[in-house]
Design a protein around this ligand. Sequence first.
Ligand SMILES: NC(=O)c1ccc[n+]([C@@H]2O[C@H](COP(=O)([O-])OP(=O)(O)OC[C@H]3O[C@@H](n4cnc5c(N)ncnc54)[C@H](O)[C@@H]3O)[C@@H](O)[C@H]2O)c1
Length: 249
Amino acid sequence: MKILIVGYGRMGREVERILAERGHEVAGRIDPRAPESDSPDLDSFPGTADAVIEFATADAVVGNAQFYTRHGVPAVVGTTGWEADREQVQKIVTDGHGSYLWGANFSVGANLFFAMVHEAGRIMNAFDSYDAMLCETHHRGKADSPSGTALEAAKRLLAVLERKQSIVHDLPGRPLQDDELHIASLRGGSVPGTHTVSFDSPFDSISVTHTARTRSGFALGSVLAAEWLPGNRGFLSVDDFFTAMQTGA
Ligand SMILES: NC(=O)c1ccc[n+]([C@@H]2O[C@H](COP(=O)([O-])OP(=O)(O)OC[C@H]3O[C@@H](n4cnc5c(N)ncnc54)[C@H](O)[C@@H]3O)[C@@H](O)[C@H]2O)c1
């Protein structure tokens, strides 16, 4: 396949490496700041592509979604931090009959982690002496916090754990309410991403942790998604892709 890389930062470069390993061709690299990019923006890129893989910045997501939909290019979007624009992007894609697959975390392991968090939350409904909390650590260059992965894990937990109703990030400067789920973010060094969901009682503590070792896992997942996406229309999430992988659809 001929794949256009949008965002040529840490992830874009890793995607390029995996594309080469899997025998794909790079249609081009779009980035307003990276000196090695082929074009600073999508509008001035002259080429064509079978699909796009985007790991850019949140402020680029709406404009890029308009471009992909207008040109009928299937897009895999790993960019995070655009929760506030989610409905607008969904409307752009569905009105334009686009093919758009987005996800806060494309690694297979992280998606297994989400499934385990969901199941743990379901079990914990019957054991209310356990409080739940979430902690995430990332490299110092990460722009958004909490991470998209932390928000996704929290969302999975809120969906099943009835005693938690809302998310609190950072330090609220007051004691937590019983129905608040706290997410703590730590930034520093080169950590590619560590997420821990803990259930804590007066007697013991149980934790589920996903530790990314390198960025390759995210990049590989996004390339696999780009191989799967053409022919699947709509505003799809990484969940749809992993479900299809499990069922062979
Ligand atoms: N979904 C996942 O699995 C996953 C995994 C890792 C990182 N991420 C997310 O991917 C994004 C990129 O991460 P990174 O570590 O590569 O960041 P990075 O800062 O190294 O790279 C981002 C690049 O995007 C470029 N950019 C900004 N606006 C752009 C635009 N309009 N068009 C094209 N490029 C543009 C920047 O110049 C920069 O080079 C972040 O949002 C991060 O949270 C997602």
